[in-house]
Each structure stands twice: as C-alpha cells, then as structure tokens.
Ligand binder design. Structure first.
Ligand SMILES: [Ca+2]
Ligand SMILES: [Ca+2]
Length: 249
C-alpha cells in the first residue's frame, strides 16, 4: 500500500519460457469506494479491458467495463448498476463504443403480500424497440406466471400460467396454459408423472376447447430389453393423435 492509502495488487501469467501472457492490476482507492482492474496481454502489455467498480452515495454498485482492440481503440463498453438491496439492476451496453447504448436491460424484483416473487425484465434495443417480460413464482413453488410484451406497447401479448399439484395417489400433475392477447388460440399442456417417475402422460390442446388434441403416454420399464437389431429399448411410448393411434416401441 502506498503512503496515500491506495492499494495496488498486480499478478502475471507467464508461459513455460517466461514470456508474459497476461498481467492483471487491481487498484483500490483509499476510501475503498473505487476498484479499478486492468487486464493487459502479451509482451507489449496491450490493455484489453479495464473495469471500474464504484460504490455511490446511495449504496448503488456500478461496474463500468471498457474493452479495447490491439491498437488501444475502445471497441465495447458495458455499465452495470445494482441497487444496494439487489432489487434493481440496469445493464447498459454500447456495442460500438460510440457513447450511445444499443441495448438497455432493466431488471427489477420484489415479493408481494402473498409471498410471490416477481421479476420484470425490460429490453430496449437500438431501434427504440422494447420487450418486457414479467414473471412471478409463488413461494410454495406450485404456481408460476410469465407474461411477455413482445412489441413494447405496454400490453402483454402472451401469458403462461403453470400450476403444479401433488395428487393423493402420489402423482405429480403440472398444468400449463398459454393465452395470447390477439389472434392465436389459447393452448394448454397437462402432464402427469407417477410418483416413481416410471409413467408419464402428456396431453396437449392446441385450441381452447378443453379437449386434448394429442396424448402421449410413456411407460418406462424397469429392465433393459433389446430389439432384433440389437438396439436397446427401454420403454414404451404410446401416442394418440386424434384418429391416428399407434404404438412406438
Ligand atoms: Ca453505440
Ligand atoms: Ca404488446
């Protein structure tokens, strides 16, 4: 540590013949609120990236990373800001290092009174387009919701609800319903897995008439069996496709 309180740590990676491959230098400010890490490569010590980590007055941690090409020109910049409680993170990405971001991603999470953990992610691209994803999973782990706004008009375009039930006979049932805001019919999947995991049934409905359009049942046998070609067959799958009904071994 130098007399002004600044701490510098340097480490080097060298090849078997002592050629310098990479040098890393970390400089910690006297007040501990700023850490700069520089990575240099090769004998010439070309700087390839520099990360500055700072802690702001409100506790926000900011990670600013600059990437450079072999001639020292900056080619990419990324800034990540995290709130002190971790409930908000913003990632700012400048793909061509011209000072304006091509992508901004904002992630927020919170817990509501019912114990559901919610998270939203906003994606903003260089064309001004935005997509938002909102998801919520209950603390019990039995219900989950994901909503997506593809075009960023503020209305969610698709919503998927998943409900998991533990049935009295030991089976686990997972019901997934996807609803679309405009046009396309709602679809649903009901999957049942036996307690021992050897039986699984999947019913898929491509429309919202509540009657399954495809049913797939898998029975997994406990032993190995072999068919005539010598390939092993481990289970039996039965697929019902409307009026088509076949066994696959
Ligand atoms: Ca840019
Ligand atoms: Ca929309």
């Amino acid at each position: 540590m130098s007399s002004d309180g600044i701490k510098t740590i340097a480490s080097e990676v060298r090849s078997g013949d002592a050629q310098l491959l990479q040098r890393s230098t970390t400089i910690t400010a006297a007040d501990q609120r700023s850490i700069t890490t520089e990575i240099e490569e090769g004998d010439a010590g070309n700087l390839i990236n520099r990360t500055v980590e700072t802690i702001e007055d409100d506790g926000t941690r900011k990670f600013e990373t600059h990437f450079y090409d072999e001639y020292g020109a900056e080619i990419y910049e990324r800034v990540v800001s995290e709130s002190v409680d971790g409930s908000r993170r913003e990632t700012w990405i400048d793909l061509d290092a011209n000072g304006s971001a091509e992508h901004i991603i904002v992630e927020e999470n919170w817990i509501d009174q019912l114990g559901t953990v919610w998270a939203t992610i906003d994606y903003n691209d260089k064309n001004g387009g935005i997509a938002e994803q909102k998801s919520g999973a209950h603390a019990s782990g039995l219900t989950e919701t994901v909503e997506i706004d593809w075009d960023g008009d503020g209305t969610f375009d698709a919503r998927t609800d998943t409900q998991t039930s533990y049935l009295s006979n030991g089976e686990i049932q997972t019901e997934t319903t996807t609803a679309y805001e405009a046009g396309a019919a709602d679809s649903g999947i009901v999957q049942i897995v036996s307690g021992d995991g050897l039986y699984m049934s999947t019913e898929v409905s491509f429309d919202d008439d509540a009657s399954p359009d495809r049913i797939v049942r898998n029975n997994v046998s406990s032993g190995w069996r072999f068919d005539r070609s010598g390939e092993h067959v481990r289970g039996r799958r039965r697929t019902d496709l409307g009026d088509e009904d076949r066994n696959i071994r």
